[in-house]
Design a protein around this ligand. Structure first.
Ligand code: ASP
Length: 437
């Protein structure tokens, strides 16, 4: 009998999770049950995915670079990747700004609702504001300085330092290429084999995915406090969602026209990663799955995937930048803070930088939103109320924007793969061994 494909299993898990969450959170004991007994399954799964992220980047990037056999190829690919990433981000922000100006969601919200949301969410908003202040107080080149580690062991001991690890690994991979073949071979063989073992670990972790998404969604629903605010913020949320859907359209167009693959090929290949991005709200946690899908199901060679995907997970966040543009303008509209055309255009630059600076973890986009609002000279009081305003719907929007962030990384990987002649017909060999008979 043909077994169900992975994305169906995950979807069923998500659906059952929502149903169980809704049913059990009608009673206090049901909520406690979900939080005590179901949530840990989701937490363990996210921890396992994060556990694998740094070793995966090390093994696959070193293998990827050393397979290239030529540094010029690597720099050509690197430059293209960064340029395409910036271009998709600018498209996303432009879509967000256009939609928020057409729909004007901030003008449909009453003073009274602003007041109520502010009272309900001010404390949580203050926390995000404070984390943003910690990130500030640094010079403009600080992010480049931060990219260079001074100790590889401490860098790899924290998943937030992914860019530092990538920096070290690129330097290592390039040096490996420069060393005489006879001398580099043992190390290359070691990393090849490490890479295979880590891929197998991902296979094993993914066996848990359908149950884990059940747990993640059920506990998310059990922990949601006040569903009424969703209605008040409906116009704002719909604007963000419409923008995100447009971005999916942009990716499908690029994949069809430039790469020459059908939309269903792309969506079928990447859907398990999208579903996990939705359930975990973290591109970093989804990275192992994104890489596996792009390589084995979308047919992009390891040399490309191993560089483009981890870099994308950390710096390319189209969904986040679109959301940040919409949210910034929405807050200004709702708080009657006039924004000139130049101020709106400056958002293109600040949101690009903010999305590069946003960590690939839940809620990071909202922290960086503070920087965008500050660059617009929004006074602190307005800013605090503004953050409180959008806080209630941030999690569901985070789930959706993370899905777009991951889809963008996959689409760009295909574009880069095609442009350097590293796209082939995919030969799935990992999870489908388990999932499809
Ligand atoms: N959660 C997002 C991600 O991991 C970042 C954000 O927008 O908050 O991609």
């Amino acid at each position: 009998m043909k077994k169900l494909a992975l994305h169906w299993k995950i979807l069923i898990g998500m659906l059952l999770g929502v149903i169980a969450g809704l049913a059990l959170s009608q009673f206090d004991s049901g909520k406690t049950f979900i939080i005590d007994w179901v949530k840990p399954v989701g937490t363990i799964f996210i921890k396992l995915l994060k556990l694998i992220a740094i070793p995966l980047i090390i093994a696959s990037l070193i293998k990827g670079i050393s397979d290239l056999k030529d540094i010029a190829k690597f720099s050509r690919m690197g430059l293209r990747t960064i340029i395409i990433y910036i271009m998709t981000t600018i498209i996303a922000i432009t879509i967000g700004l256009t939609l928020v100006n057409i729909v004007q969601p901030g003008n449909s919200i009453s003073e009274e609702t602003v007041q109520q949301l502010n009272e309900a969410y001010n404390t949580s908003a203050t926390k995000r504001f404070d984390s943003a202040q910690d990130q500030k107080a640094k010079g403009p080149l600080q992010f480049v300085v931060d990219m260079v580690p001074d100790n590889i062991f401490s860098a790899s001991s924290n998943n937030r330092n992914m860019l530092q690890v990538i920096f070290f690994v690129i330097l290592f991979g390039i040096s490996l290429l420069l060393v005489e073949e006879k001398k580099s071979k043992p190390l290359k063989d070691f990393f090849d084999s490490l890479n295979d073992v880590i891929m197998k670990m991902i296979d094993l972790i993914m066996l848990m995915a359908p149950y884990a998404v059940f747990a993640l969604l059920a506990s998310l629903i059990a922990e949601t406090t006040n569903p009424d605010v969703f209605a008040a913020l409906a116009m704002y949320s719909l604007t963000v969602i419409a923008g995100l859907l447009c971005m999916i359209g942009v990716y499908l167009l690029i994949v069809t026209i430039y790469v020459g693959k059908s939309p269903s090929f792309f969506l079928k290949g990447i859907s398990p990663a999208q579903l996990l991005a939705f359930s975990t709200s973290s591109s970093a946690a989804t990275l192992p799955v994104t890489m596996e899908r792009v390589e084995e199901h979308l047919g992009v060679d390891k040399e490309v995937t191993s560089f483009v995907c981890p870099v994308g997970a950390t710096i390319n966040m189209d969904g986040t930048s679109l959301y940040q543009a919409v949210a910034a303008v929405f807050i200004c509209q709702a708080m009657n803070f006039e924004l000139s055309l130049t101020a709106q255009l400056s958002i293109v630059l600040t949101a690009t930088l903010a999305s590069i600076g946003s960590a690939a973890v839940p809620g990071a986009g909202m922290v960086m939103l503070v920087a965008i609002l500050e660059a617009l000279n929004v006074p602190k009081e307005v800013l605090m109320v503004g953050l409180a305003l959008i806080f209630a719907v941030d999690r569901p929007l985070d789930m959706l924007r993370t899905t777009i962030n991951v889809s963008g990384d996959a689409a760009v990987s295909m574009v880069v793969g095609k442009s350097v002649g590293k796209l082939r017909d995919p030969k799935p060999k990992h999870w489908d061994d388990h999932y499809e008979g």
